[in-house]
Design a protein around this ligand. Structure first.
Ligand SMILES: CC(C)(COP(=O)(O)OP(=O)(O)OC[C@H]1O[C@@H](n2cnc3c(N)ncnc32)[C@H](O)[C@@H]1OP(=O)(O)O)[C@@H](O)C(=O)NCCC(=O)NCCS
Length: 179
């Protein structure tokens, strides 16, 4: 089974697997911000305990080496998360998702992390497709995927429920890089 690295570094960022004690830092950084979660599959956390439960799941996934594997993104030289990026590997494909604290938007951080991980994915002999999707109304995320070298493939109609926007599945843009 392919095991992604537990940590990585880019020019400005350090990515590391989450720890059980990261809850308060994540809560304060972005996980309680409804502007950040607007197009995501989850609602902003209002209490710490459910976020801690999610972290326990993440830690368990890293122990098993399967399921959704998130890295917390920290500015290099610090240990405080400013966002996260995660991968799920399904056979020969890797699918990514990401979110960043609002005050760090617009500096290219997410594209920097995604590009590193897309490069890593396609350097693995068993992976042929690195892909991600975003809501059709989330152009910042679409731009992140473009900057990471992915190509827009089309629209996945009625693909994803964003509970902050309603209960019906919404159209999404799909991007990928392949080899
Ligand atoms: C999407 C998100 C991760 C982008 O993070 P980021 O670190 O600010 O992204 P980057 O700085 O790498 O790139 C953002 C790009 O989008 C562009 N952008 C931002 N808002 C935009 C808008 N409304 N319309 C068009 N482009 C926009 C920026 O100008 C930038 O492109 P540029 O470098 O060519 O100028 C961040 O906004 C976020 O966390 N959003 C909430 C969570 C989310 O939606 N995640 C994605 C789910 S699919």
């Amino acid at each position: 089974m392919l095991r992604p690295p537990v940590s990585f570094a880019t020019a400005r960022l350090a990515g590391r697997k989450p720890r059980l004690d990261d809850g308060p830092a994540l809560f304060n950084s972005y996980a309680s911000d409804p502007e950040v979660t607007r197009y995501l599959a989850w609602r902003a956390y209002e209490r710490l305990e459910p976020l801690n439960a999610f972290l326990r799941e993440c830690v368990a996934n890293w122990e098993k080496g399967s399921g959704h594997l998130p890295w917390l993104l920290c500015l290099k030289g610090t240990d405080t998360p400013i966002g996260s990026i995660g991968v799920t590997i399904e056979g020969d494909k890797a699918v990514f998702g990401y979110a960043l604290a609002r005050k760090f938007w617009g500096h290219g951080f997410t594209a920097e992390a995604l590009k590193y991980l897309v490069d890593w994915s396609l350097a693995q002999p068993s992976l042929y497709r690195a892909w991600a999707f975003c809501d059709v109304e989330n152009p910042a995320s679409a731009r992140v995927m473009e900057k990471a070298g992915m190509t827009r493939e089309g629209i996945l109609r009625r693909w994803h429920v964003a509970p902050n926007l309603g209960s019906e599945p919404r159209d999404c843009l799909v991007y990928a890089r392949v080899k």
